[in-house]
Design a protein around this ligand. Structure first.
Ligand code: NAD
Ligand code: ZN
Ligand code: ZN
Length: 348
C-alpha cells in the first residue's frame, strides 16, 4: 500500500510503498476514510531536530484519523469488520490511572505505551496511508449516526484539542464573559463553533489572514480583529476596558502568547495550544492579577465522544478541503502557504 512517510528530520515526507499491516492480538487494522493534515506535522517536518522527540524514523504521518474496521486480532470484541470508527490518537500504556480515566494524552507510564508521548503519525505509523494499525481496540470510538469518516477524522484533533482547552475553562465562559480565539485555521474555526455550541460567551476572533477572519465570522465569531500591534487595544475596547475572560492561543508565537496573557482580564485564563515555539519572560507584573497561564495537549477519550456527538447533531461542522493520497504533500504545502480553508483531509 502507499504511505506518506517522514524519512528524516528537517525533510519533506515521501510517498512510498509499504506492506499492508496485519493485526496482532488485541489490535485492529483500520481502512482509512480520512486523515487530517495538522499544522503540528509542519512543525515536525520543518522545525524539529533529531533527538528533540523520542521517536525513531521513518514513520507514516497522519495523527487525525477515521475509517472502517478492516480486520481485528485475537481477543477483540468491541468492534467488528466494517464498523465506522474514529481513532483516539494519543496512545498511552492503558494501565495507569490517567489512561484508565481515558486521559491517555497524559499517560503516567509512557515507557509501557506503544510509543513514548505519541501515537499513530507521531512516532508510530499514522493514517496518511490506505490502512492504519491501531495497537489497541480501546483507541477506537464508533461513529455516531450521520458521521462519515472523512468528516469525522479532523474531529479527533482539530475538534478534540480545542474542546479540551475550552472545557477546562467552561466555568469562566458565562453569558457576560468574552472569549478570544487567536488563529482561525483547522483548530481555531472548530474552537469558535464549539464555543458557540456550548457557551453563551461573546466571541472575538484574531488572525492575520482575511480569509481566516471570514471563516471566523461564518464559524460564530461576534467580532473579528486583525492580528497586529493594536490587537490588545482592540480587545480592551471591545470589552469595555476589562480584557477577555479566556484567551485561547492557537498559534503559540512570542507575539500571540504575549497577547494572550496581557489582553486577559484579571482572574482570566490564557491557554496556549499552538506550538510555534514562542516564549515570554514571566514575572509578578507581566500579566494582570490572577491570570492563569497554561498549555494543553490534545484531549481525553470521553471528550472525543462528546465532540463526535456535537458533530452528529450538526452543532459543529468542520470545513474541509479534500486531497487524494497521491496529492497529500500538496495538502501540507497548501497548509504551509495559508491556502487551506478549515482543515485539509487526505482521503485515500
Ligand atoms: P493552521 O495552520 O490550520 O491554523 C493556524 C492559523 O493561525 C492560521 O489561520 C494562521 O493564519 C493563523 N496565524 C498565524 N500566525 C498568526 C498570528 N501571529 N496572529 C494571529 N493568527 C495567526 O494550524 P492548526 O492545524 O489549526 O494548528 C494550530 C497550532 O496548534 C499549531 O501550532 C499546531 O502545531 C498546534 N496544535 C497543538 C495541539 C495541542 O495538543 N496542543 C494539537 C494540534 C495542533
Ligand atoms: Zn495535531
Ligand atoms: Zn498510561
Amino acid at each position: 500500500m502507499q504511505a506518506l512517510r517522514l524519512m528524516d528530520w528537517k525533510t519533506e515526507p515521501e510517498l512510498v510503498e509499504v506492506p499492508k499491516p496485519t493485526p496482532g492480538p488485541g489490535q485492529v487494522v483500520v481502512k482509512i476514510g480520512g486523515a487530517g493534515a495538522c499544522h503540528s506535522d509542519l512543525h515536525l517536518m520543518h522545525d524539529f531536530d533529531a533527538g528533540m522527540m523520542p521517536w525513531q524514523l521513518p514513520f507514516t504521518l497522519g495523527h487525525e484519523n477515521a475509517g472502517w474496521v478492516d480486520s481485528v486480532g485475537d481477543g477483540v470484541s468491541t468492534v467488528s469488520e466494517g464498523d465506522a470508527v474514529a481513532v483516539y490518537g494519543p496512545w498511552g500504556c492503558g494501565k495507569c490511572q490517567r489512561c484508565r480515566h481515558g486521559v491517555e494524552n497524559y499517560c503516567e507510564n509512557p515507557a509501557e505505551a506503544p510509543v513514548l508521548s505519541g501515537g499513530g503519525g507521531l512516532g508510530l505509523d499514522g493514517g496518511m496511508a490506505e490502512y492504519l494499525l491501531v495497537p489497541s481496540a480501546r483507541s477506537l470510538v464508533r461513529l455516531p449516526d450521520g458521521l462519515e469518516p472523512a468528516t469525522a477524522a479532523p474531529l479527533t484533533d482539530a475538534g478534540l484539542t480545542p474542546y479540551h482547552a475550552i472545557r477546562r475553562s467552561w466555568p469562566k465562559m458565562t453569558p457576560t464573559s468574552t472569549v478570544v480565539v487567536i488563529g482561525v485555521g483547522g483548530l481555531g474555526h472548530v474552537a469558535l463553533q464549539l464555543l458557540k455550541a456550548t457557551t453563551a460567551a461573546r466571541l472575538i476572533a484574531v488572525d492575520n489572514r482575511t480569509e481566516a477572519l471570514d471563516l471566523a465570522a461564518r464559524s460564530g465569531a461576534d467580532h473579528t480583529v486583525a492580528s497586529d500591534a493594536e490587537t490588545a487595544n482592540a480587545i480592551r475596547d471591545l470589552t469595555g476596558g476589562r480584557g477577555a475572560d479566556v484567551m485561547l492561543d492557537f498559534v503559540g508565537s512570542e507575539a500571540t502568547i504575549e497577547l494572550a496573557r496581557t489582553a486577559a482580564r484579571p482572574l482570566g485564563d490564557a491557554t496556549i495550544i499552538g506550538i510555534a515555539g514562542g516564549s515570554v519572560p514571566f514575572s509578578f507584573f507581566s500579566q494582570p492579577y490572577e491570570v492563569s497561564l497554561q498549555t494543553t495537549y490534545w484531549g481525553s477519550r470521553h471528550e472525543l465522544i462528546e465532540v463526535l456527538e456535537l458533530a452528529s447533531r450538526n452543532l459543529i461542522h468542520v470545513e474541509t478541503t479534500t486531497y487524494s493520497l497521491d496529492d497529500a504533500l500538496r495538502a501540507y504545502h497548501d497548509l504551509r502557504d495559508g491556502k487551506v480553508r478549515g482543515r485539509a483531509v487526505v482521503v485515500p
